[in-house]
Ligand binder design. Sequence first.
Ligand code: SDX
Length: 390
Amino acid sequence: KTGYTALDYGFVNTAATKSAVTYIDGDQGILRYRGYPIEQLATHSSYLEVAWLLLYGELPSASELEAFDDRIRRHTLLHEDLKRFFSSLPPTAHPMSVLSAATAALSTYYEDESDPHNPEHVELNTIRMLAKLPVIAAYAHKKSVGQAFLYPDNGLSFVDNFLKLNFGVLSEVYEVNPVMSRALERLLILHEDHEQNASTSTVRLVGSTGANQFSSISAGINALYGPLHGGANEAVLAMLAQIRDSGESVQRFVERVKNKEDGVKLMGFGHRVYKNYDPRAKLVKESADEVLDALGVSDPLLDLAKELEEIALSDDYFKDRRLYPNVDFYTGVIYKAMGFPTRMFTPLFAIGRLPGWLAHWREMQTDPQTKIGRPQQVYIGSPERDYPRI
Ligand code: SDX
């Protein structure tokens, strides 16, 4: 018999990870960061305020938030040598590869300040990661479009500085679009954490060996890159464009998905936990129309996405499998309207998820119960046998 599952052997994983960071109810479509509903945080909070909440468990006071924001601004510069790292890569380098490589390279500058059991080192490197990952992502973007890197502008907010690093050019004054700024802030908040997803579990597993924050986050970035995980937001746009360019009807595409022709999937649909509508997808869909209208952008791919969702949600194949849009289904249309190339979508997911990764790494590091990760196995291979040429 092939395709045994552990459950076939009566194996139930009792060693579930214990965490106080995020709560998800997949059947009810509930997501809360440290007890606060995602709907409230996405509407009223900011990326850095939510980052503090995830890291420290409580909302910051105004002075705590101000000091946190200020500290991050003062760590946005990359070592000048690290800037040359980008020129060693081909212009076609995918920004997610650049992000994970540059993040791993960051640790080489701070090796004498990276003891995972030294609270000062942990705090300092958390700040460094939050400050520098957006800069690395923006430099990967600039490299891909052949434009000069800008220096961070500490006079701007976290999100506005990131927008300027991506879209500003040396020859002009950059004006931040407040609609883009607020929309990106909301999208980043929606991505900040999501319990024990593949990339967060990777960060915890790598960190459990005693690896520092940079190395652990670099591993998480690599896990997120996969098209079944964070890479799905990029894959959704490719799927929508393929439907548009092929001229095939949406109904015909859905039939191909149901027949599993060539392994085609409805990217941006389905989830390991949500067997109801992903609450984040609902919020993103709501803001998609608003953002595109405010930016004066009309994109037939948004209409195509809505048509695809409508057809899928009325089809028993998807209803029976409890497949709904997830966070990746609509985000790409908004990122595209903002002017980000498709290959920058997953780096945007990574910047959003960074506070969650750091919060889980720190939770794991400070838990005295933590042991080195070693996922259990059910052996289904050959029984003992003798080597034939003894
Ligand atoms: C993220 O874990 C997290 O929290 C992740 C995330 C986060 O914030 O960190 O939420 C972010 O990664 C969201 C997911 C992004 N990925 C995609 O959109 C890729 C497309 N989705 C699928 O690959 C899939 O839905 C997964 C990987 C997301 C979840 O897979 P599951 O839960 O293991 O589902 P499954 O593979 O067991 O499928 C069950 C059935 C199968 O059909 P049958 O074999 O029973 O006939 O549903 C089908 C699957 O073929 N199915 C799909 C489908 N997803 C599942 N069929 C078509 N299109 C899909 N997208």
